[in-house]
Ligand binder design. Structure first.
Ligand SMILES: O=C(O)CCC(=O)C(=O)O
Ligand SMILES: [Fe+2]
Length: 386
């Protein structure tokens, strides 16, 4: 484990234990690039890639060609993203083949990028093409979504050389990890503590920071740093880091957004902050609504603008608390024990925060239930130790 700067570390020597990774990387919110060992055995690193390391377009077309996927136009701006439309994968791959045959002539072709494709939900059996590395397996968000048949946060990205993702912070401040199946990504990252400063330095957040006149000075001031991610490597992007990404070659990646004990409290704080903003923005409506209607409206707007609201957040932590309750009677390995104890403590503390927030009176019963469940587990554990 080698720190390149205070915010970024590379692992290409001994792989740390889960506990070490959790303590030094996840809970410290440090960006981490890990060599190809995490993906070495993935089926997609063989089948989606040709012998000479290029994207196996024919294989993808034959296997997934009839699937509908969101495709973004990198040349156009739509809020802080690009406009997108649904397309058959075979149509996108035809486009990709044309672009390659014309030597990436983007004067006569748009730069298109197939992103946010929920492949593992859309294509039965496709989950087998990869496996979630152990460092990222504690994932409340996808665990909850999959158990409740809700849209997941597991994606496939694929695009030709020069396709890109504009500058952004990930949805509700979740963690993300991104593994390159093949190709090369150039990342530009800005530490969370400097995001406000960046916004003050610029009239509006641009899609591409490199396009801003005088960007060299701005990048220095906000401690921005670059990372090159090659085929097989995995990048952990912690909560709140701003980032933009350019594919330096034809590239495919698998990405997850996720929440666990290491960022749960931060996500809760982000929801509270976003909730306060919503309240401010619609304060004129307050007098016209009953207390319940007012709270309900705030939650609806929060979900729409922020991607999650307190009701959904509570459902996620209740789901995890119930799973922990079931797990508490089973014998566990030391890694599972470490994870279990952190899960119990962090969820208990977040439930305490909800319980003491007057804005969320309607959620108190549920927070009480979670606390009861978890304190039973804690007592059981204590009794075992005595
Ligand atoms: O690879 C990309 O184009 C964007 C990835 C990204 O933003 C993420 O993993 O959070
Ligand atoms: Fe992102």
């Amino acid at each position: 484990m080698q720190f390149i700067n205070p915010y970024f570390c590379v692992i290409n020597d001994e792989l740390p234990s889960y506990e070490e990774f959790y303590k030094k990387i996840l809970s410290k919110n440090v960006v981490c690039l890990i060599d190809q060992r995490l993906t070495a055995n993935w089926d997609c690193r063989k089948t989606w890639v040709t012998n000479d390391g290029a994207v196996n377009l024919d294989f993808l077309q034959a296997k997934y060609g009839n699937k509908m996927c969101p495709v973004y136009n990198c040349n156009k701006k739509y809020y802080d993203s690009n406009p997108s439309k649904m397309m058959h994968m075979k149509e996108f791959i035809e486009y990709w083949k044309t672009v390659i045959s014309q030597n990436y002539n983007y004067e006569s072709n748009d730069v298109l990028y197939l992103k946010d494709f929920h492949m593992f939900q859309e294509v039965t059996g496709s989950e087998d093409v990869y496996s979630v590395p152990q460092y990222f397996q504690s994932d409340y968000l996808n665990e909850y979504c999959l158990a409740n048949k809700l849209t997941d946060y597991r994606f496939v990205y694929m695009g030709p050389k020069m396709s890109s993702t504009p500058l952004h912070v990930d949805v509700f401040g979740s963690f993300s990890w991104s593994a390159n199946i093949c190709g090369l990504k150039k990342w530009l990252l800005i530490p969370p503590k400097n995001v406000k400063k960046l916004k003050q330095l610029l009239p509006a957040v641009p899609g591409d920071l490199y396009s801003v006149p005088g960007h060299e000075e701005i990048l220095k001031q906000v401690e921005a740093f670059e990372i090159t991610q090659k085929g097989g490597q995995t990048l952990f992007v912690p909560s709140g880091f701003m980032h933009q990404v350019l594919n330096g070659e034809d590239t495919i990646s698998i990405n997850h957004n996720w929440i666990n004990a290491a960022n749960l409290t931060l996500i809760y704080d982000n929801i509270i902050e976003a909730h306060e903003q919503v309240q401010k923005e619609i304060k004129d409506l307050k007098a016209t609504l009953s207390k319940e209607e007012w709270q309900e409206n705030c939650q609806k707007i929060l979900a729409m603008h922020f991607g999650i609201n307190l009701t959904e957040f509570l459902k996620i932590i209740s789901h995890i608390a119930s799973r922990l309750e079931k797990e508490s009677t089973k014998s566990t390995s030391s890694t599972q024990k470490f994870r279990f104890e952190h899960d119990v403590d962090v969820i208990f503390n977040v439930a305490t925060k909800i319980r003491s927030n007057d804005h969320f009176e309607s959620c108190w019963n549920q927070a009480d239930m979670i606390q009861k469940q978890l304190s039973t587990i804690k007592h059981k554990k204590l009794a075992k130790l005595l």
